[in-house]
Structures are given as C-alpha cells and as structure tokens.
Write a protein that binds this ligand. Structure first.
Ligand code: ATP
Length: 693
C-alpha cells in the first residue's frame, strides 16, 4: 500500500511514531490514505555513510485497514485521553518539542563546543587579527559611550529643572560628545566586524573546498554532490553570522549590561539585586533556548542538505524525469524535505515565541518592582526622583542587554551547530596520493603489469570485484579488454588510474610499483577517455587543453582535434573552438571526440579508452578505431593502449585480447587464437554476430 500523508503535522506524528516503535506504526486513520497496489512504506534518511531505510509492512496495520467505521467507535474517554496527551505534548518540554524522533543520531556531525568552534574560527581569521582587534576596540568605545548616555541625559534634565545652568551646559556638551563618539565607533565596529566575517567565510569555503578536492574517490562514492554543495553554501553562510553579528552583539551587550549593573548596584543595591535576579532567570531560560536552537540548526542543515540533494539529482536528470513524466513525484520527494524543514522551523518559531514571552514578562516585572520599591523609597526619603529615573533607565538597559545577549547566544549556537559538519569535513586528511612525494622516471616506456590484484569497493566489502588478476601489457601494445557487463573491466582501469588502490597485489609501471611513482607525474603521462565523457562549461579549446601541463598552442589543439575526428564538427559550430559547451550542448559522440582530443594532446605514454556500450556504438567504434589506427601509423610516438572494447571490429584491431568474467581473466590471446579456443570469447563474438544479423 502506498501512503499519503495528509498534512504536515500528521506526517511528523507518523515519523515520530515510527521511530518510537521501530516495528509498529501508530497512525491516525484520518491522516493516511492507502492505495491498494503497493505494500511498503519507505522513509529514506540520507546519512553520510549510509542511508537508513525504515520499511513498514502496512498490510499488518489493522487499525487503518479496517473500514472508517472503526473511527466512529472511538469512545469519549479515549478522545479526552488523546486530547490531554496531545496538550501535554505541546507544553514546554513535551514530546512535540523533541527533535530526537526526527532523525537518526548517526547522521549528525560530532558535537563541538562553542569554545572549540570559536577557536577553530579564530585559527582561520588570526592572520587578520589586527582587524578583529580594531573591531573590538571600536566596540568597547561604543559600548562605554552608549552606557553613559542615560546618566547624562537624566542629569541634563534634572540640572535644567533645578536651574544649574553651568552644570546643565556641561552635561549637554558631554551628551553630544558621547553621541558623536558612539555613532562613529558604532559605524567602524560594524564595518570591521563585517569585513572580518567576510574573510572568515571566504577562508572557510576555500579550506573546505580544497580539502574536499583532495579526498580519495571512494569518499565521493559515499557523499552526494547535493550534500557537499550544501555544506559549502548554506552551512558556511550560516557560520558567516558569527563574527559580524553574534559575537559583536554579544560583546557589546555584555559590556553594556555589566556597566548598567554596576551603576544600578551603586544607585540602590536592593533594587540592583532584584534586577540581577530577574536577569539571571532570563539568562537561564536563554541557555535552554540556545541549546534548543543549536539542535534545531543542525537538523535544519541536514534537511537543507537532503533537499538540495534531491533537487540537484532531479535537475541533473531532467531529461529522464520529463520522459518518464515523474515531475509530480519529484515535487513530492522534494516537498517531503521542505515539510520537515518547515516542521523544524515551526518549533523554532514556537520556541522563539516562548522566549519572547518570558522576556516581556520579566522585563515588565522589573519595571513594576522598580516603581513599587523605588516609589516607596522616595516616599521614605531615601531615594530622589532623579535616582529612580536613572534606575529605571539603567534597569531597562540591563534587561534589554540581557535579552540581546540571549538572542545572540542562541544565534551563535545555531551557527556553531551549522559549523560542526563543516569542521568535520575540513578535518579530513588529504588522500595519500597528494601527500606522498613519489618517484619520477626519466622516461616512461608504458609497460604495465598487474600482479595478483584483488579488489572490492569499500562501499560493498562483501562483493569481490577483481580476483587474482595477472596481466602484462607490453610497451606500445594495444590490448583490448572484453567481457560481460559488470565483469570488472572499468574497475581494472580505475586501479591503473589510481582512482582506487588494490586490496592486495601490485601494479607495476616499467617495473616500478605504481604506488611509489609520483601520482601527478604519472597521471600527466596517461590519456583517458571514459565511457561517458563529461565536458566542463567552457569553450571547446579550453576543454581540449584541460589538465595539460605543457605549453599548448592553438595549432596543437587543432591537430589533436583532427586526430580525434573532431575538427570538422568544431569548425562548423558558430564560434568554432571558442564555442562554449557543456555536457548538454553536444551529442554523445561529439563529446567523446573532444575527450579523445583531450587525451591525445597530452601526448600520453599510456592511453586508456573505454568504448561506449550504448547507442553510441557505431560512432564510438569509429572514433576508437581511428585512435588505434593513428597510434599504429604514428611511428614517432610510442603508446601503450588499453581499450575496453565492446565491438568486434575494435577488438580485431588490438594486438591482444583479454577476456574477463566475474572479476577474473578467463582467456587471453589474439582474435583468431581465442576463436579457436571456442570459449567465452567465441560465445561473446557469436552473440554479437547474431545481434548484427
Ligand atoms: N563505485 C563503485 N562502488 C561499488 N561498486 C561498484 C562501483 N563501481 C562499480 N561497482 C561494481 O563493480 C562491479 C564491476 O563493475 P565495472 O564497472 O568494473 O564493470 P564493467 O565490466 O566495466 O562493466 P561495463 O562493461 O558495463 O562498463 C559491478 O558489479 C559494479 O556494480
């Protein structure tokens, strides 16, 4: 049965119930609609390393399976109990407020303390510490000027009332000076903190991006692009508030609150202590609120990342979505995450409401207490009206500052929550390939030897993909690897490209272990054309030059394009080699030809071609055969060619054919030798011949 969640709140109840019971679902019959042709409910939680799938057999769900008449028999007592339970759930601290139900704990990044997060941020910005110090200096001057204003304001009014002209003028002059100073320093403070923040976010993104680019390929097998771009975008943006907003305002308000408190205690210590007690209560509420917001922020980041993941996947597969007419389904898939985001936001807003309510209540209680006790003190003659006015002004100041501190601490907590995953990713060590300084040979002849290679992908440890592969490819030899789909051909090439490391065995290049060779040096000497070549969003010329470290002229580009049979169609494009392309603007065959030109221009000692298996067959075959022919005819440049071949004519052009099955090499030899053997190869060619016939 498929399940439609009628409204957002019910969806939360549903998900919560799923988590609570794990096996049994408690659902409100009103909230769900079932269609009879499916049998499972699946909820996917994207996690960093795995997706948790909760499946619930709906057929075993008797309460909903029954007719609607069940609903009418719910007795009054049950209804009241449900009402009371729901009411208790929405009270502060109730079940509705808890986030734990919403998400598996392993999807969260390791929690970092505020101090740890701040010290990490300081590491990133410490290079520009002068700017930060200048910002803090401006902040201190602003805070001190602002906190002195109410004193001189009140003093000016009361000195005018009592006719002390000289003192009145001095107070007004000081007032003007304080206003001007606080105005200027406030501007400088905002500007310096803003710049410091911009630097922090820029460094954070730079560091994160460069760390990601240096990870092993297996890291990208486990992470999704949408998730990573979300860390770079939304998460870093959230952290951007830390210095420019949160810290800046926290420090300002802490300073002002401290000043106001001292002033109040000097003015009247009993009233000062009462105000302090109220502020402590406010601060305690604020701590709970801050923690709550931090957790909410972490979930918001997770769900934003998940929604980005869905959007990115759908938009990049837009043609498939259109052809299969799944727009509505995809919208629902996206909406599911939006609903969860809205749910978090709903609770955040409700928490904000409670926080504001507490503040208002406590704020007004300070006013009332001050007027009551202060008024009685005036009547008793122990306090003047001027002192009480100052007291009320400063107590307002104190409580407002406490409120601001609370507000900004909660915002800081949110930023810290958002930064956790970013720091976790930033802490990843780069792949060994980038840290290890390997050997650089004087000359590479292109001899490749696979020695007893075994391999499985870390994401599927139980599935052995290559088993005891032994193969020698001689310099300038053209070797075709053939076999059924999934037999491990591309994996073998991936190991040669060092995208993955063998689990056992060794790959030798010119007799040297591939692991000992300098990866960058080695890759510069390999040309690779994948089965589905991808192009960058830049002009064709730049796409062909991509990654080539030697000096390249436009003639070199055109010559490589001619060898790859790409010159003709490129010249026919409106802007020729300057035409901006990307993955969608050219046909599969045209992209492949550009990728071949990109491989040829490097003048590689080892050329690896993965022939396309799909609809491109004929064109791909023509292109690949052309490259092999060119290698054969060009006696000056010696190249070893490894081609993963699917077509008979490509295979025949090879010096040697290696047949793979189930991760093993089962046959090797020339076309004729293998046909005579009447083994797997002859079966494969027989099948292809039948297909052509
Ligand atoms: N990144 C990966 N993570 C986990 N398993 C993978 C990964 N890439 C490939 N595999 C699995 O490894 C096995 C071999 O795949 P491989 O791509 O090497 O086969 P192939 O012979 O090149 O197939 P084809 O001719 O269809 O391209 C397959 O079972 C595949 O599902």
């Amino acid at each position: 049965m498929s399940l439609t969640l009628c409204n957002h709140l019910y969806s939360c109840t549903f998900i919560s119930s799923l988590h609570q019971s794990h096996n049994f679902i408690k659902l409100s019959p009103n909230s769900l609609k079932f269609s009879p042709n499916k049998s499972r409910i699946r909820i996917l939680y994207p996690t960093r390393r795995k997706r948790v799938i909760i499946s619930a057999a709906v057929n075993g769900y008797s309460a909903v399976q029954g007719s609607n008449s069940d609903e009418t028999h719910v007795d009054f007592g049950e209804k009241v109990r449900n009402f009371v339970e729901n009411f208790r759930a929405i009270l502060p601290g109730g079940r509705w407020w808890k986030f734990d139900d919403d998400v598996q704990i392993e999807m969260m990044a390791k929690s970092v303390s505020v101090w740890k997060a701040l010290s990490r941020m300081w590491e990133l910005i410490s290079e520009d510490r002068v700017l930060v110090f200048a910002a803090f200096a401006a902040l201190i001057v602003t805070a001190l000027s602002e906190i002195s204003i109410p004193h001189f304001l009140t003093a000016s009014i009361f000195t005018a009332q009592s006719g002390q002209v000289a003192v009145f003028h001095r107070n007004v002059r000081l007032l003007v000076l304080l206003c001007v100073t606080s105005g200027i320093c406030s501007g400088l403070r905002g500007c310096f903190f803003g710049i410091a923040n911009m630097i922090l976010v820029k460094r954070m993104r730079e560091t994160l991006y460069s760390t990601l680019l240096l990870q092993d390929i297996s890291f990208f097998d486990a992470e999704t692009v949408g998730d990573l771009t979300s860390r770079l975008g939304a998460d870093c943006q959230q952290v951007s508030r830390v210095i420019g907003n949160d810290l800046n305002l926290i420090f300002r308000n802490v300073l002002q609150a401290t000043g106001a408190l001292i002033y109040l205690l000097v003015l009247s210590w009993p009233l000062g202590l009462i105000t302090l007690a109220i502020c402590c209560a406010l601060f305690t509420i604020m701590l709970f609120y801050g923690k709550y917001q931090k957790k909410a922020a972490k979930l918001t980041q997770e769900f934003t990342a998940s929604s980005n993941e869905v959007a990115q996947e759908t938009l990049s597969l837009m043609r498939t979505v259109r052809v299969y007419g799944t727009e509505h389904h995809e919208t629902q898939r996206y909406n599911k995450w939006l609903d969860r985001l809205a749910d978090i936001s709903l609770r955040q807003s409700a928490a904000y409401g409670i926080w504001n309510l507490s503040f208002n209540t406590l704020y007004h209680s300070v006013q009332v207490t001050a007027v009551l006790i202060g008024g009685m003190s005036i009547l008793a003659g122990s306090l003047t009206a001027e002192q009480l006015t100052k007291f009320i002004l400063y107590s307002e100041w104190l409580i407002y500052s406490t409120w601001w501190v609370g507000d900004n601490v909660s915002s800081l907590m949110q930023s810290v929550g958002a930064s956790e995953k970013v720091f976790q990713l930033m802490d990843l060590s780069p792949s060994d390939q980038f840290t290890h300084q390997g050997l650089k040979l004087e000359k590479l002849s292109g001899r490749i030897e696979f020695k007893d290679i075994c391999f499985y992908y870390s994401s599927r440890e139980t599935v052995s993909v290559l088993q005891h592969i032994n193969l020698v490819v001689h310099p300038s030899e053209v070797v075709a690897i053939v076999g059924l789909s999934g037999s491990g051909k591309s994996t073998l090439v991936n190991l040669l490209l060092r995208l993955y490391e063998p689990k056992s065995g060794q790959i030798l290049i010119d007799g040297y272990p591939l692991k000992d060779l300098d990866t960058k040096w080695m890759r510069e000497r390999i040309g690779y054309v994948g089965q589905e070549p991808r192009l960058f969003h830049m002009d064709i010329s730049s796409n062909i030059r991509y990654g080539c470290t030697r000096n390249i002229t436009q003639e070199d580009v055109e010559s490589a394009a001619k060898q790859a049979y790409a010159h003709g169609f490129i010249s026919a494009l409106p802007n020729g080699y300057k035409t901006i392309v990307d993955d969608d603007l050219l046909s599969g065959g045209q992209k492949q030809r550009i990728a071949i030109a990109r491989a040829i221009i490097r003048d590689p000692s080892i050329l690896i071609l993965d022939e396309a298996t799909s609809a491109l067959d004929a064109e791909s075959e023509y292109n690949v055969k052309g490259v092999i022919r060119a290698v054969r005819n060009d006696l000056k440049t010696k190249r070893t060619v490894v081609v993963i071949a699917h077509r008979l004519s490509t295979i025949q052009a090879a010096d040697r054919i290696v047949v793979m099955n189930g991760g093993r090499i089962v046959e090797t030899g020339s076309h004729m030798e293998l046909l005579k053997k009447d083994g797997m190869y002859s079966q494969l060619t027989g099948r292809q011949a039948d297909a052509v016939a």
